[in-house]
Structure formats: C-alpha cells, structure tokens
Design a protein around this ligand. Structure first.
Ligand code: PLP
Length: 379
C-alpha cells in the first residue's frame, strides 16, 4: 500500500552495473558496497554447521532463542553499558529493525527526523506510514541540535541517529548525546539509534545514547553482526528497547518473518560471547586501510575529506559541478571503478563520493588510481 510511494534503492544502480560488468568478464575495482573483504571467522561457521546438524532447522521463537537473547543482553550491558535484560531484546536483521522500530512508534501521518547526509532511512519511514524529515548535519557531519529543534513539530515521534555513521564516518560525542536525550525526553520523542558500526571506532570510545538512561525507555538501539564479525550475508542483528516497544516489534516479526533462523542465532550467540578478539583484529586492519585510503586521497588535489572516526567509509568532497550520480556512472563505465554517489545519501551528500575502505588494499589502490585519472582528465 505504501510501496508505490517508495523509491528503489539507488545504491543498486551501481551494484547492478558492477554485476553486469563482472558477468561480461570485465574487472571492476569496487569500493561501492559496504562490507568487509574478510570472511566470517571459521569457528562461527563451524558452530552454525553443528547447529544445523543437530536439527536447529525448525521454526523458533519470534523474539529469538533465549540463548541468543541472553548473549545479546550480556553483550550490551558489558560493551555498550545499556542496562538491558533479556526482555528488552529481540534478534532481528538490522535493516529490518530500522523499519520495525519505526513501525513500533508510528501513528497515522507521523514524522521521523532522519540525518542528511545519512543512511537509507527515508524510505522505511514512508513504508511505516510516516513522513521523513531530513535534518542537516553540521559541516563536519556532527549532529546540530539547533537544526533538530527547528525540524520538530507536534507530529514528530522519532529521530534516527547513526553513530558511527554511514556515509560520514562520524562518531557522536557523549555530551551531545546527553543533550539530545534530554530534548527527546522532554518532547516524548523516541531516539532510534543505529549503531551497526559500534565496534569500529578508531580513536576514542563509542558511546551508546541508550547507556545514558537508567533502562531502555526513550532509546531504541540497533546493532548488527554484519560488520563486527564479517557476517553481512547472515543477516544477523539485534535491538534493545523498552519492553512494550520490543513487544510491538515482535508482533511485526510474528506477522511477517515468523522468526529468525535458529542455527544463525546459535552461531551469533557464540560470536557475541567468544569472538570479540576477532572484531579487534578486523578493526586494526580497517584502521590500516583507512590510513591507506587517506594517503591516496591526499595525493588527489581535487578531493577534500574529513578523517573517518569510525565505520569504514570516506566521504570526500570533489571539486567541480558534475552531479555525483553522473560522475559515478562515467567512472564505472569508462574507468572500471565503482563508488557510490553522495547524492543518494540525501541532498547534503551531493558533491561527495562514498568510498568503502573495507575493500582489500589492492582494490583500494587500483580504485583510487582510476578516480585520480578521472578527476585529472575530466576537469
Ligand atoms: N545501518 C547502517 C548505517 C548500515 O550501514 C547498514 C548496512 O550497511 C545497516 C544498517 C544494515 O545492516 P545489516 O546489513 O546488518 O542489516
């Protein structure tokens, strides 16, 4: 019913071009997709395999198994300092959790604030029956509280934040989160905090806004195993929120997906309890790749950028007036380099390119050579 108002995800324009070129046997140097080049650690795969062999191939509880929910509760208490118990958790694919959390706060004609530039939050707001209201980030991609205040109306029911952020690589600081929380508590607005990249902060510490309240009330926090454990294809994620909101999300699960696959939950519980060291290794490698891409960007005079504080994206601004979608199309067609155009992340993203440095170092190097050649030859 709402799908006729929802647009196709523009990132697929690029992903499809990459797939078509590869199907023709052509090489593409891609920094477009947001996933680590690493494989899932073998021990996690083994646990899933053993669980399947044991018969964990049936329907399971719609909230997730007790085992995975207790691993989640333990993990968020220990690492994110969110005072959540098992009842405050549900195991659900993170991208679906964005939509599900919006559905849980939705009312007819409601509004939700979404960051600009930011991840693909507008379409899920529409899908949940609401109106997305973009709030501009500051020049250095920070949350601007005055701008947020300006965008609030009596219809606002939620604000989506994302830290560390995709595509900007920004990490929000505790003081600002504290102020945002106070504002949202005062106005009875939910904060939907997408912390998919919480484990990938390169300097300083990740702060969960949910850790600033005594139990999950105002804040719904979304996490993912995709990036932390190189598990993008497993579709494993989880969220914490107040019990009434978790119950509503569960209602959506019961009426849509039924449940999440149990053998993936068993492997995810194992990952959450035992594989933090692997995440630290990934983070160290991603930090090296960040240094590589920044060194290569330093050599391209047409680019200016801010250091990514977290996640694994650079979001440089390029010189010139070519629209970013046009630029990235030409880049892939003529230079075999795939990047995402900044404009697909909101109107404030125009003039930027999103580069994932989770790609292998040799891919980063060849893609940046192509980008450099394009910018030299197409002034
Ligand atoms: N939120 C952000 C900011 C993301 O970048 C992504 C994936 O790239 C997601 C949510 C979705 O995560 P998942 O693929 O684990 O569902």
């Amino acid at each position: 019913m709402f799908l006729d108002r929802v647009k196709d995800l523009l990132a697929y324009e690029t992903f499809n071009l990459v797939a078509q070129k590869r199907a023709r046997g052509e090489t593409v140097h891609s920094l477009a997709i947001g996933e680590p080049s690493f494989d899932t650690p073998a021990e996690i795969v083994r646990v899933a395999h053993q669980a399947m062999k044991r018969g964990e191939t049936h329907y399971g509880p719609s909230y997730g198994t007790d085992e995975v929910r207790s691993a989640v509760a333990e993990k968020v208490r220990k690492r994110n300092r969110i005072k959540a118990d098992i009842e405050n958790t549900i195991f659900v694919t993170t991208k679906f959790a964005v939509y599900a959390s919006l559905c849980s706060v939705a009312r007819a004609g409601y509004e939700a604030l979404v960051p600009d530039p930011g991840y693909y939050y507008s379409e899920p707001v529409i899908l949940s029956g609401g109106r997305p209201v973009p709030y501009r980030l500051s020049k250095d991609f920070d949350l601007d509280l005055a701008e947020v205040r300006r965008k609030l109306t009596p219809r606002t029911r939620a604000i989506v934040i994302n830290t560390p952020s995709n595509p900007c690589g920004k990490v929000l600081k505790k003081d600002l989160l504290q102020d945002l929380l106070a504002l949202c508590q005062e106005r009875s607005i939910r904060i939907i905090s997408d912390e998919s990249y919480a484990d990938l902060v390169y300097e300083g510490r990740h702060v969960s806004v949910g850790s600033l309240e005594s139990s999950p009330q105002t804040v719904m926090t979304l996490f993912s195993l995709s990036k932390s454990f190189a598990m993008t294809g497993w579709r494993a994620g989880y969220m914490t929120a107040s019990v009434p909101l978790i119950k509503l999300v569960n209602r959506l699960m019961e009426n849509t997906m039924t449940c999440f696959p149990q053998f993936i939950e068993t492997a995810s519980a194992y990952a959450l309890r035992n594989c933090h060291d692997r995440t630290l290794e990934f983070r160290a490698e991603l930090k090296r790749r960040r240094a590589l891409i920044e060194k290569l960007m330093d050599d391209i005079p047409q680019l200016t950028y801010q250091k990514a504080e977290g996640a694994f994206y650079s979001f440089p601004k390029y010189r010139g007036k070519t629209p970013s979608r046009k630029l990235t199309k030409a880049l892939i067609e003529r230079y075999d380099v795939a990047l995402l155009p900044g404009s697909i992340f909101g109107s404030q993203g125009e003039g930027h390119l999103r580069l994932s440095f989770a790609a292998a170092p040799e891919t980063i190097t060849s893609a940046m050579e192509g980008l450099s050649a394009y910018l030299r030859e197409n002034r």
